[in-house]
Design a protein around this ligand. Structure first.
Ligand SMILES: Nc1ncnc2c1ncn2[C@@H]1O[C@H](COP(=O)(O)OP(=O)(O)OP(=O)(O)O)[C@@H](O)[C@H]1O
Ligand SMILES: O=P(O)(O)OC[C@@]1(O)O[C@H](CO)[C@@H](O)[C@@H]1O
Length: 311
């Protein structure tokens, strides 16, 4: 079973306006609402690809009910932790460029946080647990560490997709995969990444700090995979971007799902890139058929030693 944990789910409210005029009345051309939050997106895509998944996380209020109902209608297994607060709504504004306004998230009571940790009791060494997204501000800073400890104790593999200090603090727990995008990698180490050599240098650093594998995604420029055995560059297929929200989550789902079927990291990386791009080219998350169509358009090359960055 692949469990996902979304500590801060969201309804993603996608709004299209032809021309955005700040400070004036703007009329929407169309709007869509999706059950979102990074781990939930991962579960949605895993389910689409036919993998067994259960979505966990905090849900509350009418917004939480919308998410629970939507996932139920799609046949996705869930085991959410109910909370008193209301799940946030994140606005994704599509005009000439994409603007995101994400909520901070509801308050989580200490007993609600404990309940979520208890829900991990049934996780076994056969499972993978993916912890994705931001942490609501009311949760103590060490919550991600407590999660990592709990998952490691169960013997399950864990994958984490978060940012900043929360990410830094769990690297020593040897995650199977971390997937910062290029900006998040720069922020993590407090540096500016000027070229691919810089990305490679700091990507390698993720492994030195404890990650077993890392993918650094670079939107339309593709991604780099760092494994103990080598570094690979994957070129993203070209296409018309409709909504890149969830592209990174699709990568994680594609990679992790494929790894349950093959030990070949580069094959998992290929699916990961195809899934990310197929989502970027869709209004919602990608469909399995779109991902399959893109698979042979993903070019993967091994990065030779001389290109591995030498800071
Ligand atoms: N413009 C694009 N063209 C082709 N593929 C894209 C494009 N944008 C994203 N992708 C695909 O999606 C992957 C992840 O994109 P990105 O680096 O934007 O992740 P992210 O910042 O984690 O995304 P998000 O937070 O929106 O889920 C890329 O590696 C690529 O495969
Ligand atoms: O605030 P976080 O948790 O970092 O990101 C939340 C979010 O932007 O991430 C997903 C896309 O990756 C969206 O479904 C959601 O709105």
């Amino acid at each position: 079973m692949i469990y996902t944990i979304t500590l801060n789910p969201s309804i993603d409210y996608i709004v299209h306006v032809n021309e955005l005029n700040l400070g004036e009345l703007n009329k929407m051309d169309n709007e869509m609402m999706f059950a979102g939050g990074k781990g939930i997106n991962v579960s949605r895509l895993l389910h689409e690809l036919g993998y067994e998944t259960t979505a966990l996380g905090f849900l509350g209020g009418f917004t939480g009910s919308f998410i629970a109902e939507t996932l139920k209608n799609k046949g996705i297994r869930t085991d959410f932790t109910p909370i008193q607060g209301a799940t946030r709504i994140n606005i994704k504004l599509k005009a000439r460029s994409e603007t995101e306004i994400n909520g901070r998230g509801p308050d989580i009571m200490p007993e609600e946080a404990e309940r979520l940790l208890q829900q991990l009791e049934g996780v076994t060494s056969q499972d993978i647990v993916i912890v994705s997204g931001s942490t609501p501000p009311s949760l103590s800073n060490d919550f991600q560490i407590r999660l990592a400890e709990r998952i490691n104790r169960s013997g399950a593999s864990f994958v984490i997709d978060t940012t900043g200090e929360a990410l830094k603090s769990v690297l020593e727990y040897r995650p199977l995969l971390v997937k910062p995008n290029k900006n998040e990698l720069a922020e993590l180490f407090g540096v500016t990444l000027n070229n691919q050599d810089d990305v490679i240098y700091y990507g390698k650093h993720l492994l030195k700090c404890g990650a077993r594998n890392a993918i650094v995604s670079m939107a339309g420029e593709g991604a780099l995979l760092f494994t103990e055995e080598g570094i690979y560059y994957g070129q993203a297929p070209r296409g018309q971007v409709k909504n890149s929200v969830g592209a990174g989550d699709s990568m994680i789902a594609g990679f992790t799902g494929k790894l349950t079927a093959t030990p070949d990291m580069t094959e998992a990386f290929r699916v990961s890139l195809a899934a990310g791009s197929a989502t970027a080219f869709s209004d919602d998350l990608a469909k399995a058929a779109d991902i399959s169509r893109l698979l042979d358009k993903v070019a993967i090359t091994r990065v030779s030693t001389s290109e591995k960055g030498g800071k």
